[in-house]
Design a protein around this ligand. Structure first.
Ligand code: HEC
Ligand code: HEC
Ligand code: HEC
Length: 437
């Protein structure tokens, strides 16, 4: 090894200084490129502001995550199970001690736009501030006015159980530097005014991507794979890009808006699980012009390539089914017997649904996915379309049936209504039981 002379040392020194300078300038540039915080006095809640805030809070579905069983709405305490521990949502009622009663508009806006709480603590992206960052300040302030119009609830936060180093909140500052685009929504000049409104609803308020966009290794939504499909609590949030075979490109406008507003679309099946909840708590309250704007925007989301790890890459079959079981249905006799005994009453042999079309399996992705992911979840959890009157209800079958029986039923349905060979195994059903929250 040859040693470096004084001249060499000088060159290394200059090079190191240069590198540090580049690093400092790029970090400074990244920080400066972000929207500067707007400091403004609190807006007084007017009679018009509160209902507007209520509409927006619904569109953004704040209640879904900030309400837990046994607690009042917005009082927090819902568990979010992450691979490295559990965190709980917080109380966002105007309680001064345990809620956000002491927060100014600026405090609230900073939480939504930058994921930083009033006390300066960094929040975790289980709170979708990476989406809410795009929300306008006026909309955020309206939501706050609505929350502050509700009765305060005294509900202390539940302690998080994150392991080291994930319990170090300050590390989120670096995560934010790389993954948070802390800028407000900007209209895309290539889109119409209606499509831009839809984009705002889908990305800043409705946060569809939080469930439908795959995440990278650092758990950030992958912008290049928008709406390509992802897993959420053991459910598959399908590809909802404009791809005609694997996304919703072949759906009519009517089918998409019906699905979003009622949880069911003729010929496309019904929404269950997390989507059923998003519809019941949030999307069904959209005005018809906002629902139409959302549909208009979904049409513009470009088709997505395969997502590694999740393949529902077989086009769905939406042919009519026979009224009676055919000879081919005898093959999987356990599945068929169970279907006949437990399901035919509501779903009929032809899958059209008795009395109500809500139980129609025709064209449903659940029966077209050979992995049967959502089909198994729906069987374990049951389904409850609260959006229709009377509610369309399916009981949970998780308790009364073994893993082998659930797998047999799932494979039977995929065979009969999807025309495919199902790959569901008893072991997969066991894992699906564990994935449920
Ligand atoms: C997908 C779930 C989810 C949704 C939707 C959601 N939140 Fe949260 N929110 C959380 C979680 C989880 C936390 C706690 C984060 C943490 O502890 O780091 C949180 C924290 C917060 C905080 C910080 C409170 C504090 O005391 O530090 C505020 C404010 C907040 N949310 C407001 C809202 C509002 C307003 C909406 C709707 C516009 C909303 N949230 C929608 C999950 C959600
Ligand atoms: C909380 C997670 C979550 C959110 C938020 C969410 N979705 Fe979904 N979505 C799902 C899941 C899970 C499914 C599959 C439901 C099923 O199998 O019954 C789904 C299904 C769908 C489908 C049916 C797709 C098909 O092929 O059958 C459409 C369309 C859809 N979502 C659109 C949206 C839009 C638009 C938004 C935002 C306004 C949104 N979703 C927000 C989880 C979510
Ligand atoms: C009491 C009536 C009833 C019974 C019994 C019933 N279902 Fe359902 N099922 C429904 C209704 C209503 C829906 C639509 C609700 C929803 O998706 O939110 C549904 C939805 C489904 C879905 C679609 C889920 C999705 O994510 O798209 C599948 C698959 C399904 N049922 C399978 C079965 C099987 C298999 C059985 C028998 C073990 C069964 N059902 C028994 C009423 C019933």
């Amino acid at each position: 090894m040859s040693s470096i002379g004084p001249r060499g040392r000088k060159i290394v020194g200059i090079a190191a200084l240069g590198l540090i300078l580049v690093a400092v300038t790029s970090i400074a540039w990244l920080l400066l490129a972000r929207d500067p915080e707007i400091w403004a006095p609190d807006v007084a809640a007017s009679p018009e502001l509160i209902p507007r805030g209520e509409y927006l809070a619904r569109a953004a579905d704040c209640a879904a995550c900030h309400s837990a069983p046994g607690r009042q709405s917005f009082a927090g305490g819902l568990a979010f199970k992450l691979p490295f521990g559990t965190i709980y949502s917080t109380n966002i009622t105007p309680d001064r001690e345990t809620g956000i009663g002491e927060w100014s508009d600026d405090d609230f806006v900073r939480a939504l736009h930058r994921g930083i709480a009033k006390n300066g603590m960094y929040l975790y992206p289980a709170f979708p501030y990476t989406s809410f960052s795009a929300m306008s300040r006026e909309d955020a302030v309206a939501i706050k006015a609505y929350l502050f119009s509700l009765p305060p609830v005294h509900a202390p936060p539940r302690p998080n159980t994150l392991s080291f180093p994930f319990n170090q909140r300050w590390t989120m500052a670096f995560w934010n530097l790389v993954f948070l685009d802390a800028r407000r929504f900007r209209n895309d000049p290539h889109l119409t005014a209606e499509q831009n409104r839809g984009a705002y609803l889908a990305t800043a308020l409705g946060h569809c991507g939080e469930c439908h966009t795959p995440r990278n290794l650092a758990f950030a939504m992958s912008p290049r794979r928008q709406f390509a499909g992802a897993m959420i609590d053991g459910w598959h949030a399908y590809d909802v890009s404009s791809d005609p075979d694997f996304g919703i490109g072949a759906w009519s406008d009517r089918q998409i808006s019906d699905f979003l507003k009622t949880g069911h679309a003729e010929g496309r099946g019904s929404a269950a699980g997390p989507m059923g909840e998003a519809i019941a708590d949030s999307l069904r309250y959209l005005t018809s012009s906002d629902a139409a704007a959302l549909v208009g925007y979904l049409r513009t989301v470009k088709p997505q390539p395969d997502v590694p790890g999740i393949e529902v890459r077989l086009p769905r079959i939406d042919a009519a089914y026979a009224e009676e079981p055919g000879p081919e249905d005898h093959e999987d006799s356990l599945g068929r017997r169970l279907f006949e005994a437990n399901c035919v009453g509501c779903h009929l042999w032809n899958g059209r649904g008795r009395q109500t079309g809500y139980a129609a399996l025709l064209g449903s992705q659940a029966v077209n996915d050979p992995h049967g992911t959502n089909l198994v979840q729906a069987l374990l959890a049951g389904a409850d379309l609260r959006t229709v009157d009377p509610a369309a209800f399916m009981p949970a079958f998780g308790r009364g049936f073994t893993n082998t029986e659930i797998a047999a039923m799932a494979n039977y349905l995929i065979h009969r209504f999807g025309g495919k060979a199902g790959h569901v195994t008893a072991d997969q059903v066991r894992r699906s039981r564990q994935d449920r929250n």
